[in-house]
Write a protein that binds this ligand. Structure first.
Ligand code: TRP
Length: 327
């Protein structure tokens, strides 16, 4: 039997290369060795202000990004959280074993409370419990995530452990599979739509070059002939290592340290590789945008499959807590 994986992404709209190299590309690899469920977690997305009229398009864009990055709906389940109400029902049960003082210490709760001072809602605090439900309802063994999500996975283990302790062994304690941390082109923060430091997966080569050319590199290289240190360069750390092969990387490391190549030359090599890898992804996105019914159909079919697994776990959980009814 294959081990199980769950991971999820909030429907933030069009996806960027941070989503792609940080998560989706790895997910697409993992689906060969694991039974995977990939969720579009729309209920998580409403814990901050949002526009209802845009939500469905955001969900579609997210699913299109999944598919274009190589997630195969024949191999993996692509599901929409709000179409599998067992997640939210399990959340309520898990709430009763979740320590509030730990939830209040979660870094994302503190950050988002500071960002949305006028809207510190219960959903923001309960966010990690819903996330725990997403994961353990499939009895997942592993969760591929970025480092910012690790506190959530720790809490998930804590919640699973507490449930098992009180009601008998039910859930494995899931472990994270850490993806690379991809900073934006400014090198200051994680690539994110709200910060505007992104390259989007549907951008043309011209658009990509316009953003890549001025992107931050090692600040020691003020002039073309100043030597640099690749390890202090955001372009090297976050992008070159992901898109270039070993030989190109070695050539660039040496060239940068000796100042035999400039930052722009280095970026040109990277640009070619990015365009080569992302062109098929972009083409697939454009194609899927013309076929939204087909994409919606994948979401519906995946969510139906997910419901069957989720319902089985929920029934087991309810029996364990003495809610043993047949309607
Ligand atoms: N919190 C995650 C993020 O913002 C999204 C998410 C929700 C998730 N549920 C999950 C990730 C379960 C992994 C597993 O990226």
């Amino acid at each position: 039997m294959k081990k199980k994986i769950f991971s999820g992404a909030q429907p933030t709209g069009r996806l960027h290369i941070g989503n792609y190299i940080g998560a989706l590309k790895n997910w697409a690899q993992l689906q060969y060795d694991y039974d995977c469920v990939f969720g579009i977690v729309d209920y998580h997305a409403i814990s901050v202000p949002f526009s209802p009229s845009e939500m469905k398009q955001r969900v579609l864009d997210c699913a299109i990004g999944f598919l274009a990055s190589g997630i195969d709906p024949e191999k993996s389940i692509i599901m929409l959280q709000s179409l599998v109400p067992q997640h939210t029902e399990l959340t309520w049960i898990l709430n009763s074993v979740s320590p509030v003082q730990d939830l209040m210490r979660v870094p994302t709760f503190k950050e988002k409370s500071a960002q949305h001072k006028g809207n510190i809602n219960m959903g923001l605090l309960d966010y990690p419990v819903l996330m725990a439900a997403d994961i353990i309802i499939y009895k997942a063994d592993f969760v591929p995530v970025g480092d910012d999500q690790v506190p959530h996975i720790e809490l998930t283990r804590e919640i699973a452990r507490e449930f098992n302790k009180r009601y008998g062994y039910t859930f494995p304690e899931p472990k994270e599979i850490l993806g690379p941390r991809i900073l934006g082109l400014d090198g200051q923060a994680k690539m994110s739509k709200t910060l505007g430091n992104c390259i989007y997966l549907d951008e043309t080569p011209d658009e990509i070059w316009k953003k890549l050319a001025p992107a931050l590199t090692d600040t020691r290289r003020k002039r073309r002939n100043d030597p640099g240190e690749p390890k202090d360069c955001n372009i090297y750390n976050c992008y070159l290592k992901r898109f270039c092969d070993k030989e190109e990387i070695r050539y660039i490391e040496e060239g940068c340290r000796k100042a035999s190549i400039g930052c722009l030359e280095c970026k040109k090599i990277l640009f070619k590789k990015i365009v080569k890898e992302l062109t098929p992804v972009r083409e697939k996105i454009l194609e899927l945008r013309q076929n939204e019914n087909y994409v919606m159909d994948i979401i519906y079919k995946g969510s139906k499959k997910a419901r069957i697994i989720a319902e089985k776990t929920l029934t087991e959980v309810k029996e364990k807590i003495g809610f043993d009814y047949k309607l």
